[in-house]
Design a protein around this ligand. Structure first.
Ligand code: SAH
Ligand code: AVI
Length: 328
């Protein structure tokens, strides 16, 4: 879906843009005309954005990935042996680096059948699928390029039981009503003996969580600005990423990190199909929320989506947790 296009700039003329995706154009138009400008975080993820996220996962300040990995390593061999999962359907799979822990547990239990990684980052997903086919020769890998906020349709007739997984704390990147709709679609696809495994980033000391989104090497800042390059490539807009500053802070009322791009000057940006977009000096675009949870907020989210929280496993420092849900 989000593929950076090879385009040629001739003076100020931009040649050879694809037809813009109408949904993207509508979302960007609505987001940039709101009083608080806002863009959906899925637009971070072209191939470069996916690479930058991978880089973030290895940063010393970014505790979620290594904490979730340790939780998966200690729990998955037991959980998968107990469930006998034959299919893994994963939302927002990315590089599937941690998914391999689940797939290896399925292989060890003799139950590895089908892996369905779903992601909006098309070419990155294709690469992930090819690598997995090489690493797990007996596994059927059926990647699906889709926006999980809009449509969620795993292939039918998957071997049962299935494990649906949504790792990394990505649920936190959705506003609660959208998160509930998304989980509701997972619930609708699940059969009685299927399970839903979700990674959630937990509420904690504000300094710890803010540091994870303000890393000292500036990778998160580059990831944030990448969204403007995605817009330039997809829509032919003329954002100058250097004129926007990365800002990330904890918003305690809604228990979430907010990431913004702040215009360092008064400027106008041309977005074909939308027109000139004005930015005052210091005006920002909110590019991401990352909601932090606890056991009771996850119980509520699940129950609003028709799921029941069956198991809850935080790490010893209570930074991150794995939650397992069943049809309620
Ligand atoms: N699950 C991986 C990657 C998390 S990064 C991990 O835990 O490390 C978030 C992933 O979700 C990215 O790969 C991104 O491309 C994907 N993603 C974000 N929004 C999405 C959407 N609306 N639909 C589908 N995939 C999405
Ligand atoms: C993918 N998602 C869970 C990440 C997060 O922490 O909300 C994206 C991210 N944004 C900045 N750093 C990482």
């Amino acid at each position: 879906m989000l593929e950076r296009q090879k385009s040629t700039r001739i003076g100020t003329t931009v040649a050879a843009y694809r037809q813009p995706n109408p949904r993207m154009l509508a979302e960007v138009a609505a987001g940039l005309s709101a009083p608080q400008k806002e863009l959906p975080p899925k637009y971070f993820y072209d191939h470069r954005g996916s690479e930058l996220f991978e880089e973030i996962t290895g940063l010393p300040e970014y505790y979620p990935t290594r904490t979730e990995r340790a939780l998966l390593k200690s729990w998955m061999p037991h959980l998968i042996a107990e469930l006998g999962s034959r299919t893994l359907v994963e939302l927002g799979a990315g590089s599937a680096e941690k998914s391999r822990i689940i797939l290896s547990a399925m292989r060890a239990a003799g139950s590895a059948g089908v892996y369905v990684p779903i992601d909006v980052s098309a070419s990155f997903l294709t690469e992930t699928a090819s690598r997995l086919r090489r690493e797990y020769p007996g596994l059927t890998v059926e990647p699906v390029v889709a926006d999980i906020a809009e449509d969620f349709s795993p292939p039918s007739d998957l071997p049962s039981p299935a494990l649906y997984a949504f790792l990394g704390g990505t649920i936190g990147n959705f506003y609660p009503p959208a998160a509930i709709r998304l989980l509701g679609r997972v619930r609708a696809a699940m059969r009685a003996n299927d399970r839903f495994l979700m990674g959630v980033d937990l509420r904690k000391d504000v300094r710890r969580v803010e540091a994870a989104y303000n890393d000292s090497q500036g990778v998160t800042a580059e990831f944030n600005r990448n969204m403007l390059l995605v817009l330039n490539d997809e829509l032919g807009s003329d954002f100058d990423p250097a004129s926007f500053e990365h800002r990330a802070f904890y918003e305690p009322v809604n228990h979430r990190i907010e990431m913004h791009l702040v215009s360092t000057l008064e400027q106008e940006v041309q977005v074909p199909g939308i027109g000139l977009v004005h930015f005052g000096k210091g005006e920002s675009i909110r590019t991401e929320i990352s909601c932090k949870h606890d056991r009771s907020s996850v119980t509520e989210l699940f129950s609003a989506a028709g799921l029941r929280l069956e198991s809850w496993r935080p790490d010893p420092e209570v930074l991150f947790a794995l939650a397992v849900g069943v049809r309620g």
